[in-house]
Design a protein around this ligand. Structure first.
Ligand SMILES: [Fe+2]
Length: 194
């Protein structure tokens, strides 16, 4: 049976996906991922916390693909509805920042600090989360006016590029299999199973 955290996560994913669809957009991979995870959880054991965090990073990776598609359209002077970008930013805000990162900051990072493990890395990740929120703020601010070439498009492109760079850095510590296995080994025992 799914635990309350899993149910809350599903609700967030479902809500975020619906928000994108309502805006006239389609992010099929995010919707399919949510549906698939729901179906899978009915017949397979719960994943471990480190694996769960890695899978959630996959949502962010998918939004980045949407962002990058927008940048390619801008580069080739093709029309691109900026609601696609703001829809992606809403998923980042709702699921990644307000759920995933909140979980890391309140349920995971304090345990590492308490155990005296990977403390420097945790501090870097917290700083990256904060910077990521500022990037999302900028995307919300400038993307709606980015359909036409001009300052707002340039600001949007700059924000997205800095987001991609930040995420690539963030992905390295907790997303790469080598470091994730290190983190899993270092994970305090009460988080290794849930
Ligand atoms: Fe994370």
């Amino acid at each position: 049976m799914a635990n309350p955290v899993e149910i809350e996560k599903r609700s967030l994913l479902k809500g975020a996906s619906l928000a994108v669809v309502t805006a006239g957009l389609i992010v099929p991979s995010a919707i399919a991922a949510s549906r698939e995870k729901h179906q899978r959880s009915e017949k397979q054991p719960e994943v471990t916390p480190p694996e769960d965090l890695m899978r959630e990073h996959g949502v962010l990776n998918r939004v980045l693909l949407v962002y990058e598609a927008g940048l390619r359209k801008f580069d080739s002077n093709e029309d691109f509805d900026p609601a696609v970008i703001t829809g992606g930013a809403q998923i980042v805000r709702d699921f990644i920042e307000n759920y995933h990162e909140e979980q890391e900051e309140h349920a995971v990072f304090p345990r590492f600090k308490q155990a005296g493990k990977m403390v420097a890395l945790v501090d870097i990740l917290v700083a990256q989360h904060k910077a990521g929120r500022q990037v999302t703020d900028r995307v919300f601010q400038y993307a709606p006016g980015s359909r036409k070439d001009g300052d707002e498009r340039r600001q949007t492109v700059t924000a997205i590029r800095s987001s991609a760079t930040a995420v690539a850095t963030m992905r390295a510590p907790l997303g790469s299999s080598a470091v994730t296995s290190t983190a899993a080994t270092a994970l305090p025992s009460d988080l290794k199973t849930r």
